[in-house]
Ligand binder design. Structure first.
Ligand code: 4NP
Length: 160
């Protein structure tokens, strides 16, 4: 039996990637794959290390039944590229920041979250930090769509 480890990556690790982490954990549990798929998140920046997710992200998530309160910001670390099978960036800037510090042999692990979406055809998950509450709803809509596709893609890679 193999397992697969995924890390969602945004800029601050207080809005988008913790939201994706919580949505993915929920969907992985629903798919009864909690023992096979390992889920984490990180930021490319260092401003919010140790901070809980943004209040607006926590409130929007809670309305949909996701609890972000125990999560804490962390910055992507050099050993994450070996530890994780996929580093899933929210936008092109996050992906570029990852690519800059990623050892060449792990570059193909860097993907964009919205590559896995099945309904929403947008390329990226836009940073909601400087906008209003609707941005946080949109982040959750995109995470719910893309994580569904991601669970399906990972299930296909799991050896029975
Ligand atoms: P995130 O959002 O990358 O989705 O966590 C941001 C959070 C904080 C900042 C920018 C984006 N910031 O500039 O502090």
């Amino acid at each position: 039996m193999n397992s697969i480890a995924v890390c969602f990556v945004c800029l601050g690790n207080i809005c988008r990637s913790p939201s994706a982490e919580a949505v993915m954990l929920h969907q992985v549990a629903q798919a009864k794959l909690a023992d096979r798929i390992i889920v984490d998140s990180a930021g490319t920046g260092d401003w919010h290390i140790g901070h809980p997710p943004d209040d607006r992200a926590q409130r929007a998530a809670k309305r949909r039944g996701y609890d972000l309160s125990a999560l804490r910001g962390r910055q992507i670390a050099a050993d994450d590229f070996a530890r994780f099978d996929l580093l899933i960036a929210m936008d092109d800037m996050n992906a570029a920041a990852l690519a800059q510090i990623c050892p060449p042999e792990h570059r193909d692990k860097i993907r964009l979250l919205m590559e896995f979406a099945t309904r929403d055809d947008s390329r990226v998950v836009v940073d909601p930090y400087f906008g209003g509450d609707e941005g946080f709803e949109r982040v959750l809509d995109q995470c719910e769509d893309a994580c569904e596709g991601l669970v399906k893609a990972l299930r296909a890679q799991l050896v029975v």
